[in-house]
Ligand binder design. Sequence first.
Ligand SMILES: C[S@@+](CC[C@H](N)C(=O)[O-])C[C@H]1O[C@@H](n2cnc3c(N)ncnc32)[C@H](O)[C@@H]1O
Length: 225
Amino acid sequence: MEGKKVSERSGTLDDDPFSGRHPTSHERLTGKPWDASYHDGAPPWDIGRPQPAIVRVASKVGFAGAVLDAGCGTGENALHVASMGLPVLGVDVAETALAIARQKAADRGIDVEFAAADAVHLDRLERKFETVLDCGLFHTFDGDERTRYVASLASVTEHDGTLYVLCFSDEGDDTGPHPVSRQELRAAFNPASGWTVAAIEPDRVQTRYHDDTGAPAWFATIKRS
Ligand SMILES: C[S@@+](CC[C@H](N)C(=O)[O-])C[C@H]1O[C@@H](n2cnc3c(N)ncnc32)[C@H](O)[C@@H]1O
């Protein structure tokens, strides 16, 4: 796969590692499907436990209703929220990550659902959620893709529902790859796109390659209008 050019359209490689979907900008850039990140052990973001920011907010604010974890990876955040008794669906395009997530759920005896879905076409789920988590997905999208993702999130979030976005920030030392600014968050999530930003707080994202303090992040609380 390495060295082969991944075109804007899927289906141009010998076998289609994108299962018929449009490769994301990240996949076109790296020349690999997201799934490949999970083939040789844990990828850099997969810390084997929920992100502290999600744990903190889940216990302090308390998530409500049906919860969607968009780009759930191997499911630590979804599993954490499900273990608090909420109905949770984690979606991802990486089948390998989903298989690991399902195995963790079985091993831990946690009732949670994991499904393959493209986050830019969440309307295809034909479901609605009161709470949506994005832990490390928004910052992987570029330009038009962001617009499509924001609309897709709006299509599955109940009126007055809450979206939490934890993403790499562009402020501070040792920023993660693809950091975003507060302005970019505000530009993406605005009243015209069906969202009102309630807060954007500085936070931290743990990774496997940063020290214990993690990387600078934004924790955004965004309401569906
Ligand atoms: C940086 S990882 C974060 C994973 C997980 N949230 C975590 O905190 O460990 C981004 C995840 O989003 C998934 N992803 C990327 N593009 C996606 C898309 N269009 N639809 C659904 N998932 C996507 C990737 O497969 C990957 O698992």
